[in-house]
Design a protein around this ligand. Structure first.
Ligand code: SIN
Length: 327
């Protein structure tokens, strides 16, 4: 970039915009209390780095973000990515469902301009709030050519993650994030790529396909504990669910007691994916009784979003995004 980088900041809420009554309170606070302008005002140094245009998409605790918000956000980010007067996009978000919004955007957005999400574990009013530094770092990453490419990135806690390999792994501590597959992509401050090579291709939807999606089909994840009752699947089927991702023990191992309910779901054209409740490792495509697609290297939450998009577009080929694992 020869001119000062022109960055669009989109705020969506979260703890990074949260406030508490006391500076020592890092659990009892209201997420999504500050707006985009206030977040920006907390980091005046950003004005020396980039021209930043701030806007508010919505202001929510991310537990309340739903697929409709992903669609709205994706349309807006795609518009900004296509805007020749914008060089990069930074999105602030709550940490609780950050991995889902990031993965959705990763799958649907086209273009090469950086899209960097960030968040915070401590509210803006806390002693040592992490939000301002995370926002600073996210803008540094968005301005760093080494990170330019098609995918969506997350800059949190001094590290940069690829949306395809990112999860929240701790409920409270500031270093709450991990990359279960291969580790972080780089460091945020100064921005450095630790893993080289071109940024992985991201979008699985054809350009323009998003325009035709108004809502995403109903897909749920069932987390299967030992002895879990298969009537859960029947209840979902009877209620009209379009797809179910089963977060199963081990390598996506379906308990025998679930076979009849799985068969009934398949007969009713409910799409089923075999994922794992284990944090690390793939679900292999080994033969399994019943009509279940293996989630491969995708987590149950990621597979749910892939299945939503496959059902929304009628394109089963999207399930190949659940890269088949050998074995
Ligand atoms: C949220 O996800 O909006 C609240 C929690 C957080 O941001 O850490």
């Amino acid at each position: 970039m020869r001119h000062r980088p022109r960055i669009a900041l989109i705020a969506t809420g979260g703890t990074i915009a949260g406030t508490a009554a006391a500076a020592t309170d890092i659990t009892g606070y209201t997420a999504g209390s500050l707006d985009a302008t206030q977040l920006l005002a907390a980091v005046p140094q950003l004005g020396e780095q980039a021209d930043i245009r701030a806007e508010q998409a919505f202001n929510l605790d991310s537990k309340d973000i739903a697929p409709g918000h992903w669609l709205r956000l994706a349309h807006r980010v795609q518009t900004l990515r296509d805007d020749p007067t914008i060089d990069g996009i930074v999105i602030t978000h709550g940490t609780d469902t950050l991995e889902e919004t990031a993965w959705f955007l990763h799958l649907v957005l086209h273009g090469d301009k950086p899209v960097v999400m960030t968040a915070a574990m401590r509210p803006a009013t806390a002693l040592s709030a992490d939000g301002p530094m995370n926002l600073w770092e996210a803008v540094q990453v968005a301005c760093c050519p080494a990170f330019h490419g098609p995918g969506v990135l997350i800059a949190v806690g001094g590290e940069v993650f690829d949306a395809a390999d990112f999860a929240k792994c701790h409920t409270i501590r500031p270093a709450a994030f991990c990359a279960p597959l291969g580790g972080p992509l780089g460091l945020a401050s100064p921005p450095v790529r630790l893993r080289g090579g071109p940024m992985a291709p991201a979008a699985v939807l054809a350009r323009g396909a998003l325009e035709h999606i108004d809502t995403l089909p109903w897909v749920e994840v069932l987390h299967i504990g030992a002895g879990a009752d298969p009537r859960l699947l029947d209840l979902l089927r009877e209620a009209g669910v379009a797809g179910v991702v089963l977060a199963l023990p081990g390598n996506g191992s379906l308990p025998d007691a679930w076979l009849p309910a799985v068969a009934r779901a398949a007969d009713a054209a409910v799409r089923l994916v075999r994922a794992s409740r284990v944090l690390h490792g793939p679900v292999t495509a080994r033969a399994q009784p019943g009509p279940l697609t293996a989630a491969g290297f995708r987590s149950a939450l990621q597979a749910r979003i892939v299945l939503m998009l496959a059902l929304a577009t009628g394109d089963d080929g999207l399930l190949a995004t659940c890269a088949p694992a050998p074995g």
